[in-house]
Every structure is written in C-alpha cells, then in structure tokens.
Design a protein around this ligand. Structure first.
Ligand SMILES: [Zn+2]
Length: 344
C-alpha cells in the first residue's frame, strides 16, 4: 500500500494529509452554492475554489482588490486552507482567456494556500496529437507560473496525460526545470469510469515524484479508497453537491443510494448532525441538509480508511470487501494491488 500520512505547511496553518478539499461554489445561482461546513466538520478546514470564476464576479472581486479578504467574503474562519485551481476546466473548447501570470495574481489576491497552475483539460474524444499538444502547453504554463511565483502559497503544477509515460515524463521535466511544491493530476474526470486507466495514471504520477500529489475532481465515495491506497495526498470533490442535486443520499461504503429506495424509513441510516434526529421527508425537502449529509458521508469514508490504517487492520482485506459489490472498481483495485506490490 502506498497510503501515507504527512503534514503540509501552508500559509494558513498545518494540514494533515491525506485530505479532501470540498468544492466550494460561491456562484451566481444560490442553488449551486455550498452551504457552510467548516464549523461542523472539524477535519474539513479546506476548500477548493475556482480562481477564474472569482475574478469574474465583479462586485466581490472589486472588494477583494480594495483589501477585503475572500475568507471574510465567504464567511469562513481565517484558518481555512484554500486550494485555488485556475478554472482551466471551463475551457474544453473555447479559447483560454487567462494566462499563468494573471491566474497567479488572482490566486495571490484571494490568499490561496495552494495554487494550481493554469491548465486546459484533455478531451476523451480528441485525437492523440491534440491531447499531446495540450499536455505540452500545460507544462509550459506550469513553468511560466514557476518563473513568476514569489509569494507564500504552495505552487502545484497541473499535469495531464492519458498514458503513464506522458505523466511520468511531464512530472520529471517539471521537477528538473521548475520549482513546485506538489503536483496535481487533471483530466481524470472525463475518463473516471475507466478505473483501470485512472489507476495506472495515478500510480505513474506517484512513482515519478515524492512530492505532494493531488487528484483533481475524484474525491467521491468510490474513488476515495482507491486514491488513498495509491498514496494520493489530496483530492477534491463536488460529488456531494451534484448528488444532492439528483436527490442522491450518499452512504459510506455503498457508493450512494437514491432516497426513493429507502422511502419507508422514518429515520435515516446515518448519525451525522444533519440526519441524527430527522425524518427522511425532512431532509429530502431541504437541499442544504442533503448537501451537508453527503459531505459527512465523504468525510466518514476518509475517517474509516484512516481508522483501518491506524488500528493496524489489514487494509487490503478491508478494500476487498469495500470493492466487492462492483466488478469494475474491483478490477481497478486488483490492478492497483498488483502494481503496488510490484513496487515493493
Ligand atoms: Zn447524515
């Protein structure tokens, strides 16, 4: 197993890893917003933000430039550890409207602790040559960010590739030619149903560097244990928001149940502060409650894994059970196990 515990020092405090960064939407439509959770979930003093979208929200961006802090705008504690990605994910087809320098400027203005370099995602449909070009451009953008970065935040190079060699070579090249505190693997979301491929890419990255490794967008219930096993140090997720939008009630270990399947229950199968004494109908009618419960479910998944490791339990047996219900993820886990053992 490549799982590891570390402490990451950031400008806003020490962060115990592995850790989840919940995607924090503070968008125009309040129905997409993330309800406040830092007060309730002590191990989630973290947030993943999109730097580009913050810069586009004019009244707020003006206030920040006038000296207001983003943390006070968001109403979160000063100690909240913010990972700001570039927002490159919004550019699947259109022209990129930001530069490495502009993105850094935004990330520094919002006092982000972790700064992801500008990246344009690969496309599952794109031809190999186009994806190779994008992967190479992302590397050049990361190097440009490394050249202009002189602030306190940790700079994570965003790395993309749909084969292990591209990932490995990209990280080694960046390691040699730039200065980065960690690496963040992108473009995994479009291929997330190909668990075996994602596992190979993650392991390639993990072998190419000993620095902090983040996986963009894969912090949902199914991926978490797989990523932890492969030694990923952090991940982010908006699964708790999206699931709530679909009325999905996440249950750790089950990968998500739809509420209608448990309609006859008076009380919910969860003891989190949201669910402990409420009825199904009560939670169902309240989107924020469902979002919060789902975030608790993601948190519990991580806590359980940590517990299994700390208690000296056989993690591989735990994961055998954990993945037994799904043939596809079970195969990916088996592959990870073989590759990880091959490393030993
Ligand atoms: Zn709950």
């Amino acid at each position: 197993m490549l799982y590891r515990r570390r402490t990451l020092s950031t400008p806003h405090g020490k962060l115990e890893t592995p850790v989840l960064f919940p995607v924090r939407n503070i968008g125009k439509r309040s129905s997409d917003n993330t309800p406040e959770y830092t007060d309730e979930i002590p191990d989630l003093s973290t947030a993943m933000l999109n730097a580009r979208s913050i810069r586009q929200r004019e009244p707020q961006w003006d206030r920040i430039q006038d000296g207001q802090t983003l943390r006070s705008e968001m109403g979160v504690p000063k100690s909240t550890i913010i990972f700001a990605d570039s927002g490159g994910f919004d550019f699947r087809s259109e022209e990129l409207d930001t530069t490495p320098e502009k993105s850094l400027e935004t990330q520094q203005a919002i006092e982000a602790d972790i700064l992801g370099t500008v990246d344009v995602p690969l496309s599952r449909e794109n031809r190999e040559r186009e994806n190779d070009r994008r992967a190479e451009e992302n590397i050049q953008r990361a190097l440009a960010a490394s050249d202009s970065h002189d602030g306190d935040g940790l700079l994570f190079a965003s790395v993309h590739g749909y084969d292990p060699e591209t990932i490995r070579n990209g990280i080694r090249y960046l390691e040699k030619n730039g200065e980065f505190n960690g690496y963040a693997l992108g473009s995994l979301v479009p291929i997330r149903t190909d668990y075996e491929k994602v596992t190979k890419l993650i392991l390639a990255a993990r072998r190419a560097t000993d620095k902090h490794l983040h996986a963009y967008g894969l912090g949902g219930l199914v991926y978490q244990p797989l990523l932890l096993y492969c030694g990923v140090d952090s991940f982010d997720s908006s699964a708790f928001i999206r699931s709530a939008g679909n009325r999905n009630y996440l249950i750790p270990g089950f990968g998500g149940e739809e509420l209608r399947h448990i309609e006859d229950l008076e009380y919910l199968p969860c003891a989190c502060p949201v669910c402990k004494d409420r009825t199904l109908d009560d939670v169902r009618e309240d989107r924020d409650s469902l979002v919060k419960h789902n975030l608790w479910a993601l948190t519990l998944e991580l806590r359980r894994f940590r517990y299994m490791v700390e208690a000296g339990e056989d993690v591989e047996s735990y994961l055998d059970l954990r993945f037994r219900g799904n043939e596809v993820t079970a195969r990916a886990y088996k592959l990870a196990k073989q590759q990880v053992r091959g490393l030993a």
